[in-house]
Design a protein around this ligand. Structure first.
Ligand code: ADP
Length: 406
């Protein structure tokens, strides 16, 4: 069965096509037979579409900036020229969308109906860069593929069972009732990594206490007990918690009040500052990309060093907080761009948890580990590096939902 996945970001549109069969649903994620990515950041009014299929990489310049047109151009490459992998678009049987914000309404993958679309629209103020792009994606598919089943897999869903004391903010209760609460994000990745960890450890997920560290451009941790997320570092929006590439993570909220009152900063300026100009980028003054920050450190840049030191300090502090929520730990898991690739971040993050009996095998850590245990045999707590497979996880959810409805 051909399943198309759409993953819309604030400045990009990613997509891939899986060809799933009953026996594909074993322990190993399939590679997509086609994948495409539109980068809208290259120039005003333009985009770059990169398509990979059949061992070929094709780059197409788009002379417009409309996401719906972009999706149409992207899907054309499925049925045309050297990247063609299907004869016609009607071979696609389901479309799965990664949707960032599902509020409190959705705790699992959901068939998209007019009501679901209305909810995604209603939640635009909580995810102003993502939810409009999801609606565009859903409507583009309606136009291009007609009445095909479309399924939303929400980033918030995995955290929807967090206990109230974790979910609520200590502000007047009426705001909680109006939806000002912690939702958590990166749920598809945290959930996938928890399942994969149980597989690697060869133990039932229901017997495990895990901390998953999703460290990419956005960063969040989850405390997972018996397969359920009981705490996470992101909250009402993906801005809370850890220091990230260009996002500040948690800061004293009074700083915002001060900047508004004393420096006349507007809501939009604060939004831009906290989401785009902070984190590694804001402190180092170099880049949101950790690789560039590390190069800066190697060249003796003091602010680059401070940026990495702060990133690690905040990461350790939040691991400590997740640990306190769990009460014990079976495995610490690293995933996403930084978590999978940065040996130094993993080493420094683990350093202070020696007292737990958590011992990193430095050779394994430095040897590009993937989907393996990198702790020593004496370590009481396992340390895993897992390649996150969000698109594959969404494809599986689509398959299961389709099977249960047929
Ligand atoms: P996103 O959160 O957008 O999905 P990724 O999970 O792919 O992004 O993470 C991207 C980030 O991963 C980059 O900005 C970069 O900081 C980091 N990264 C990727 N490779 C490395 C590496 N070899 N060393 C350190 N950091 C890396």
């Amino acid at each position: 069965m051909k399943i198309l996945i759409l993953n819309a970001g604030s400045s990009s549109q990613k997509s891939c096509l899986y060809d799933l069969k009953e026996d594909s649903l074993n322990d190993h994620p399939l590679d997509p037979i086609w994948s495409a990515n539109i980068d809208w950041t290259v120039a005003n009014g333009q985009g770059i579409l990169t398509v990979k299929a059949k061992g070929i990489k094709k780059i197409i310049n788009l002379s417009f900036s409309d996401n719906r047109q972009g999706i149409a151009a992207m899907l054309d490459t499925l049925i045309q020229e050297e990247t063609q992998v299907i004869k016609q678009l009607s071979e696609i049987k389901i479309v799965g969308h990664r949707v960032v914000h599902g509020g409190t309404d959705y705790s699992k993958a959901t068939l998209i109906t007019p009501e679901v679309k209305a909810t995604i629209r209603r939640l635009i103020p909580l995810a102003p860069t993502h939810n409009p792009a999801h609606i565009e994606g859903i409507e583009a598919i309606e136009q291009l593929l007609g009445a095909i089943p479309q399924i939303a897999v929400f980033d918030t869903a995995f955290h929807s069972h967090m206990p109230l004391e974790t979910a609520a903010y200590p502000i007047p209760y009426e705001w909680f009732e109006k939806g000002i609460r912690r939702y958590g994000f990166h749920g598809t990745s945290h959930k996938y990594c928890a399942y994969k960890a149980a597989q690697i450890l060869n133990k039932p997920l229901t017997d495990l206490k895990l901390i998953t560290c999703h460290l990419g451009n956005g960063c969040s941790l989850a405390a997972i007990k018996d397969g359920i997320s009981i705490d996470t570092t992101m909250g009402f929006t993906p801005l809370e918690g850890l220091m990230m590439g260009s996002r500040s993570g948690s800061i004293d909220p009074a700083i915002l009040i001060y900047l508004m009152r004393e420096h006349n900063l507007t809501a939009n300026q604060l939004d831009e500052m906290l989401n785009k100009e902070s984190g590694l980028k804001g402190i180092s003054g170099i880049s949101a990309d950790l690789r560039a920050v590390i190069q800066g450190i190697d060249q003796g840049n003091i602010r680059a060093k401070l940026a990495l030191d702060m990133y690690i300090y905040r990461l350790r502090a939040k691991i400590g907080s997740m640990l306190a929520t769990l009460g014990d730990l079976d495995a610490l898991i690293f995933t996403a761009g930084v978590g999978e690739n940065s040996a130094i971040v993993r080493e420094k993050a683990c350093e202070k948890f020696d007292f737990l009996g958590l011992k990193l095998d430095l050779d394994k850590n430095n040897n590009r580990p993937m989907n393996i245990d990198i702790s020593t045999t004496q370590s009481r707590v396992r340390i895993l590096v897992i390649h996150t497979e969000e698109d594959w996880a969404i494809a599986q959810e689509c398959w299961h939902l389709r099977q249960s409805n047929s």
